[in-house]
Design a protein around this ligand. Structure first.
Ligand code: FPP
Length: 253
């Protein structure tokens, strides 16, 4: 049900699981501080929550899970935290690739990873290759990703195509912009842990009509119970895509 404005709302839509769930995994640092530990300990604990979230999404028939692992702005963090996070990515990837492949999960990274260390980039390439033919859950990790970066990259692609004579100015529609983004599916449900009420330059274009669930739970404490509560919240929402409530009810009759 990854919808856009033209997606027809069908009876029973709310009873379905969201087709595309995106998560802002926040609160690792606070979780560590509460325990008198360094921030990296929170990120390490966060990897376990990543595994739990992937398993839950697979079990519940969610089509795509997009996780915000490292934003374009995260380079501003202390050098030790950034390099520790890179090591953690590389470690998690080499440990999990087999598990992803066995579970029919298709893995992909979006974002500008050109600044990432070579070992991380090759681990990403290997995991993408090993899972490319899988048909189950689409797992997308946003790394050195920013919503504005994604839109600017799409604009560059379109300019290049126009210069090459493939498209004209009038061809630039919302659908064509969408097709040129790194993440082409609209988000049905955005979950943010750690209590902040911000989008933080995540999937700006793709969040246009998302339902948003904010949890105060810190990411390392995220488990299937919190995920289920978010799905229950989503089910209770009336998705109007700009229409009135009356119109939505009428379409259901
Ligand atoms: C935000 O918490 C979290 C991050 C910037 C990193 C997320 C990384 C992971 C969960 C680990 C690895 C991920 C993968 C995909 C293997 P924060 O540090 O901003 O927390 P705070 O707001 O409490 O300081």
């Amino acid at each position: 049900m990854s919808g856009n404005l033209n997606t027809p709302i069908r009876p029973g839509d709310e009873a379905r699981v969201p087709g595309h769930v995106a998560i802002i995994m926040d609160g690792n640092g606070r979780w560590a501080r509460q325990r008198g530990q360094i921030r990296l300990a929170g990120h390490r604990a966060g990897v376990k929550s990543v595994r739990r979230a992937i398993e839950f999404a697979g079990r519940h028939g969610i089509g795509q899970l997009t996780l915000f692992a490292f934003s374009s702005e995260n380079w501003k963090r202390p050098e030790t935290e950034v390099s520790g996070l890179m090591e953690l990515f590389s470690w998690a990837l080499s440990n999990e690739t087999k598990h992803l492949a066995e579970n029919n999960i298709r893995f992909r990274v979006v974002g500008d990873i050109s600044r990432f260390p070579e070992n991380v980039r090759s681990a990403i390439a290997e995991a993408e290759k090993a899972t490319a033919g899988n048909t189950g859950l689409r797992l997308v990790i946003a790394a050195n990703y920013g919503g504005r970066w994604d839109i600017a990259s799409a604009a560059r692609i379109l300019v290049r195509r126009a210069r090459a004579g493939e498209i004209s100015e009038d061809d630039v529609s919302e659908d064509l912009v969408t097709a040129s983004l790194a993440v082409t599916d609209d988000v049905d449900l955005l979950i943010r842990t750690g209590g902040e009420r911000r989008i933080s330059n995540f999937l700006l274009w793709q969040l246009a009509y998302s339902e948003i669930y904010i949890s105060d739970v810190l990411w390392p404490d995220f488990d299937s119970k919190v995920f289920q509560t978010a799905l229950d919240y989503y089910r209770g929402r009336e998705r109007r895509f700009g229409r009135t409530s009356e119109q939505v009810q009428e379409r259901r009759l």
